[in-house]
Write a new protein. Structure first.
Length: 152
């Protein structure tokens, strides 16, 4: 009797884990630990999304986050030379991000989660700066998504 294993089909979206945290909740008898994963999902052709997932182990948390990221995909307007149309600032919680178009050949001048979100969105030339003082990668990534929403 042959068993048929369901193979995972290759997704059209690439995914990158930008943050992994161990979180705890206090129950009778001590603390119960789980993991929180933040994943950026994109097809490098104008679609990008962010997902957050929690699980008892790292693998399950990453799978949940990737699934939620695919559910929250948004379209990013990219001009012909691989950049954004105009400079834009956006704020999410205490994170503040400035995105500016860059000339062809300059690449992605960005740090941390902003670089990851821009590269998975398919932007080739951009200059950015994280203006907020927070080091929270999730909020910085969400501020980048908010900036993309403001583009005309």
């Amino acid at each position: 009797m042959a068993r048929h294993f369901k193979e995972k089909e290759k997704s059209e979206y690439d995914q990158v884990v930008i943050d992994m945290r161990r979180v705890a909740r206090v129950v009778a008898g001590g603390r119960r630990f789980s993991f929180r994963a933040t994943v950026v999902v994109g097809n490098r052709r104008g679609k990008v999304g962010i997902g957050v997932g929690k699980g008892a182990d790292v693998k399950r948390a990453v799978e949940k986050a990737a699934h939620r990221g695919k559910k929250h995909i948004m379209e990013v307007r990219i001009s012909k030379n691989g950049t954004i149309s105009q400079a834009v600032t956006a704020k999410y919680a205490s994170a503040k991000v400035l995105l500016k178009p860059a000339p062809p050949g300059s690449g992605i001048i960005a740090g941390g989660p902003v670089r990851t979100v821009c590269s998975l969105a398919g932007i080739e030339n951009i200059s950015s700066k994280i203006l907020g003082r927070t080091v929270n990668k999730l909020n910085n990534a969400r501020a980048t998504i908010e900036a993309f929403k403001k583009l005309k």
